[in-house]
Design a protein around this ligand. Sequence first.
Ligand SMILES: [Zn+2]
Length: 647
Amino acid sequence: MAQTAAEMPREFPKDASASVVAQHAATLKALPFSDVRDFDDAARGFLGTIENAKITSPQGRVVWSLEPYGFLSQAEAPATVNPSLWRQSRLNMNHGLFEVVPGVYQVRGLDIANMTLIEGDSGVIVVDTLTSIEGARAAMELYMKHRGSRPVAAVIFTHTHTDHWGGARGVLDDAALAGGEVPIIAPNFFMEHAVSENIIAGPAMLRRAQYQFGPFLSKGVRGQVDCGLGKSMAAGAVALLRPSDLIIATGDKRVIDGVEFEFQMAPNSEAPAEMHFYVPRYKLLNLAENCTHNFHNLLPFRGADVRDALAWSKYLNEALKMWSGKAEAMCGQHHWPVWGRDRVDTMIRQQRDLYKFAHDQTVRLMNHGLTAAEIAETIRLPQSLDAAWHARGYYGHIRHNVKAIYQKYLGWYDANPVNLDPLPPVQAGIKYVEYMGGSEAILARARKDFAKGEFRFVAQALSHLVFAEPDNSAARAMLADTFEQLGYAAESSTWRNAYLFGAQELRQGMPKAPPRPPIPRETLAALRTEQLWDVLGVRLNGPKAEGKHVVLNWSFTDTGETFVLRLENSALTYTEGMQAEVADASFSLARATLDEVLAKQTTFPDAIAAGRIEVDGDPARLAELMALMDEFPRMFEIVEPKRILPS
Ligand SMILES: [Zn+2]
């Protein structure tokens, strides 16, 4: 049922409804649009750029381009985009090389994230390396073009998210890596978290990320306009480099190429391993991704470990304690810098209080007995924060961040037993439709409420109908129209992307995507062996494994590790540092061989046949175990019933 854009009926996407237009008019009155300092700051220090920020791979594939966003040159927001989000989307159009202070530069708008370049006595220290190797290479060329050729004195990774390290190989070439003299500095536990956050739940997370970022939406006033933090996800090649120097404690210092850096640890804030730093020579503070020009996510829609709002706020307070009154410029690894001691101070204080307010007021209301949905409906930022542009929810949003805080303390259950064991969407949908008098009765009521702008409930009611009758085209169309209006109204880019992509999938079906590629071998190589067993464990099909009992000994010739891998009770468990006395088979191999098998570059039987795995016992038991492993689909239904339900 998937259609291409060209086949899509002309009437889509639709116009904004009168109620959305009225809401935008109110937003224009309520927010301080006459304050344009952000536009000055985002353009300040501009030195030059690449036309349209267009970056192509050696094979000619476009990995990044702002050309499709040319429609954002229009100052006035169209009716189909929230004016506050339109403003942020325009700010994120600034691209090129910018001077932060003499000696410190940033490449912005060539990726969702920034690269910060700090000049030392003879070289340059590169802070974060963008998402892709192609992007990082283009950023370095742009920097050298304007600042001259300088050797890379060090690379610093501020935290574990891919948009901050994926392009490292575009900064450090083979020669630089072979010499091993360029330090790669990162926060403690960087490797553990850089690869682990998305691995176990990767297949589900990647599909959900399509709803968060909107890569399959067309770009335009009725489509994707921004991601809040920047324009979009970058494509291109990614490779992880192992840090050579870990920062362990707040107050740790390094002198790199003659420049002193003072570090502050901020674990479990925006990322599980993250750090801030201050450079006295330049009076420059860098708060990584914890003090950006939007309310960040405490739990992104793609799914993640919930973040600690209280700790986040405390780190910002600690940064004030350490460096307030010293820093004359503050930059982050997204968005634009802020200059002047007072403005730096004000922004950090407001961001500190934003996370503290959200945390404390959520917990207060929670302790009064309100549930997550009730808290989201009740909570309002104080006027002083609500009117601060950088506190607005372009990426995270107060209305979903409070649910993350609730989840952190109390979990998914709201304590009302009605929600303890509810019918799942299809069965519930069928009963709702029956109780509500059938599909025609629902559609008639929904049409009236749609005209009144009651989109939130219309979406809820129609979703029941779509889950009961997924082939009811009138229901699908009307739910799509409803999602679309919710998307046009949303201030948060992630809400907009989610609603508009939901509408698109109801109208056109899921985009066609090639099968999910295996986990890259380099990524597997970066995981600890226990993590590989964990990756395997979540693929075990429990029902198929019913009644099976397999015990396998593993011995890794290069790492010296030994494991017993045991399947019983439909659960795959492992014990390190042991060999079972009674095992079905024992295997001796290099760790890299296991990486290759899991990356689907070889199979256990082939590696055994090639003499790369020594076997004692019955190798057929391993084949039996591997036959119980599921393959995960790349795409699965979200706004409608699953066509194929796994067993
Ligand atoms: Zn980032």
